[in-house]
Design a protein around this ligand. Sequence first.
Ligand code: NAP
Length: 471
Amino acid sequence: MQMLLNGQWVERRQVIEVCDPQDGSLVDTVPLASRDDMRAAIAAAEEGFLRAREMPTHERMRVLNDAAATIEDEHEAFARTIAREGIKTIREARKEVTRCIETLRVSAEEARRLSGETVPFDQMPGSENRVGYFRREPIGIIGAITPFNDPLNLVAHKVGPALAGGNAIIVKPDSKTPLSALKLGRAIHDAGLPPGVLQVITGQGSEVGDTLVVDPRIRMLSFTGGLDTGLKIMSKVGLKKVGMELGSNSPVIVMSDADLQHAVEANVSGAFWAAGQNCLHVQRLLVHDAVYDDFCEGFVSKTEGYRVGDKLDEGSDMGPLIDEQAALRVEALVQQALEDGATLLTGGERWGTFYAPTVLAGLPEHTPLAQEEVYGPVTILYRFQKLDEAIERANDVEYGLQAAVFTNDLNTAFHVADRLHCGGVMVNDSTDYRIDAMPFGGVKGSGLGREGVHFALQEMTEPKLICFNLR
Ligand code: NAP
């Protein structure tokens, strides 16, 4: 596929090969953009921004809604692209396409709600004759850098609010999964966006991504990816707004009064969705002693029923990791945990890029898996007696994206929700629960700022005050 630079679909002699992670087969190629290409995109975006900010709200809404309609018409083709280039099964990919359509439609709706307030200036003696208001203005050119795991909807979460707010945006998608972002770019471009408003530049993060990060003409850098890359970006981003959506090792607390069957089903899905390559992945399950054995039996048995295989097979529940290096990393983390004294309840095998759904128990505190994000299909069971112990353990990591509690007691639910240090707490859903209109983001190493269309739109616009001195 070609990339979208200044309203044109362009090729480059050097390309990135996009390969299916399950068998290494070539899916397509995309241009390997240079730093000069990215600088050209930024220059085009300066013009694009002037056009974007002049677009009336109804036109921004029309473009977003038309793009959503195109994606709806081509739903299956989008799903197959996600499933071929990335790690999702076709059933998982279809859900992502449906959510992307929702993200664009919610963005269109939020465009119409972007408003300001009047300011009572006469609260200050001497300001009796002033009247005024503030409204929200676009911030300029937004640089968006996105990861491989949700190659369509995570891009829509940046592009939708950026366009709703009247900004220009340049997307640098993950090099392993750029095709979905390019297809999204085509749907939006074909809806009639002026040149330079949305560009999708494919190339290496350390090259073209870095150019976006350091360029002072970029007024906001919106990044979703790993903590290490996030820290690198923070060290050189300069004076611009930053949104950081990073990883986690999400905790779930299961109380003795919980509906155990529901808790098992919700958490198996949360643990192995996208083969665990999901920032909301259920990594740490803290289960009350009174129900631990029953929960453990149900969880392991349901995990063993999971079908791992060909992503395009309708019967597959789980696909591969993004590459062999990622699978080897997960294997090494599990191996280290076992050597450090953990018990393997099921799984623990790798073949090529696939890693079996794996459940561990008895994990010692000092093993890396107890603190790091596994980013693979591995979940750890912990037994607790006192709720405060579970809350302390849940909080005792450098991440805090979403957490969950399963209980039928409202007092417990409020107690736990108040004490978990994270961006969102789910009661009777796994940490993997999300809709596109809710505030979404983390604390500590999980990030800075919030996405979720309304909240991203606030981050991508800034208040401008207008004050009249009536004389
Ligand atoms: P990654 O290695 O950090 O890559 C993410 C993006 O950053 C890619 O587009 C990559 O480009 C680019 N990049 C790499 N180095 C860069 C640099 N020096 N400067 C600028 N850009 C650079 O992450 P990943 O492996 O794709 O994703 C996994 C992580 O994302 C996990 O930790 C996961 O939890 C997190 N995540 C968070 C959320 C959330 O909403 N909180 C959602 C999904 C995923 P190349 O591909 O070209 O290297």
